[in-house]
Design a protein around this ligand. Structure first.
Ligand SMILES: [Zn+2]
Length: 346
């Protein structure tokens, strides 16, 4: 029965979609509008959330008009199709010429807001004067419960501190495993919940598990969202071995020459890993007076993306990129082996 209903719903959607059933490119913008329908922006916010949101000024980052996808945002320019494949490449960061030792890092936090953990992350970011991006789950912000009220207050603190807030779907579902109707609902309901909380609609989107098919890509594009993925993570949602996670993260940063770091602001172990990571980067901060030394700089997401825009990696795919990195690591090896052999060698 369930399967039949699902099939019937899909058939109706397919009929509505007209020429766009085969997941090819839609022929006209009007077809797309008909397919996706209006966004839920016009839905009136429930009385509970009104008021507080309207008073919150946009963060300095959000006042930057180039952040809006339709006004030349670096992400929209780098990935106009909102393709997942391209999104992964963009996340890998800018190209480094030989001898360029400046490494850019930008921090992202998913699956919040968390009542205790997100404020702990905010304290660390403030101490290190870092601006980050938070991809939040819309359903946490909805309802009358004390928990929901705390989540809304926490998210307002995130935005008020100048961090960017993005959409991470309403219920954290894998968008490749649900119906097309649900894909749109997951994006729109979360966007509406964030808008009710902050007084403005998010422009950044990160699909749970980085999973998005052609329909999802088209939905993200049509909703005017920028697709943001990541390049450095160590499964911190499933692990508690903080020391190992920290060492593996910095090994990745070294190997990948910086990157978009993904952590989850809902686990204390992740907060502890973040504290170590920030200390490690602080001690290796990029110093333009010592360009021969590899140095890291934590930047906000727009700055990271502009650097990618200025010097994109010259690879068609991540496989190609990984082959180039493996070759580079191979070339480096004899040098470090010589160093370990002590003075007198090489
Ligand atoms: Zn997630």
């Amino acid at each position: 029965m369930h399967g039949f209903l699902r099939g019937a719903v899909l058939a109706v959607i397919a009929l509505t979609a007209g020429s766009w059933v085969g997941l090819g490119r839609p022929s006209r913008e009007a077809d797309l509008r008909a397919m996706f329908g209006p966004t839920t922006a016009a839905v009136a916010p429930p009385a509970t959330n009104r008021g507080a949101a309207a008073d919150l000024p946009p963060s300095p980052l959000e006042r930057d008009p180039t952040l809006l996808p339709d006004r030349g945002s670096p992400m929209a320019a780098l990935n106009p199709e909102r393709s997942i494949a391209r999104g992964w490449m963009v996340a890998e960061g800018p190209r480094h010429e030989p001898g360029d030792n400046r490494r850019l890092v930008t921090l992202t936090f998913d699956d919040g807001p968390g009542a205790k953990t997100t404020p702990a992350v905010l304290r660390l970011l403030r101490r290190h004067k870092v601006k980050a991006t938070f991809f939040v789950i819309g359903s946490y912000l909805e309802g009358e419960s004390g928990r929901a009220e705390t989540a809304r207050t926490t998210l307002r603190r995130v935005a008020a501190a100048g961090h960017l807030v993005g959409n991470h779907t309403h219920d954290h579902v894998r968008l490749t495993s649900v119906s097309r109707t649900q894909v749109l609902e997951q994006i729109d309901r979360s966007a509406a919940a964030i808008e009710r909380t902050l007084g403005r609609r998010p422009t950044l989107f990160r699909p749970p598990y980085g999973a998005l098919d052609a329909f999802g890509e088209a939905a993200v594009r049509e909703r005017g969202l920028d697709l943001v993925l990541w390049s450095v993570e160590k499964d911190d949602m499933k692990r508690d071995d903080e020391a190992n996670m920290f060492h593996e993260l910095v090994a990745q940063l070294d190997y990948k020459e910086g990157g978009i770091v993904l952590l989850h602001d809902v686990r204390m172990s992740s907060v502890n890993v973040l504290e170590r990571l920030l200390g490690w980067i602080e001690a290796r901060r990029w110093d333009p007076k010592r360009p021969e030394r590899v140095g890291y700089e934590i930047v906000d997401l727009p700055t990271y993306l502009r650097a990618v825009q200025a010097a994109p990696l010259p690879y068609a795919s991540r496989d190609e990129l990984e082959r180039a990195r493996a070759e580079r690591a191979e070339k480096k090896r004899p040098q470090s082996a010589r160093r370990e052999d002590g003075p007198g060698e090489g």
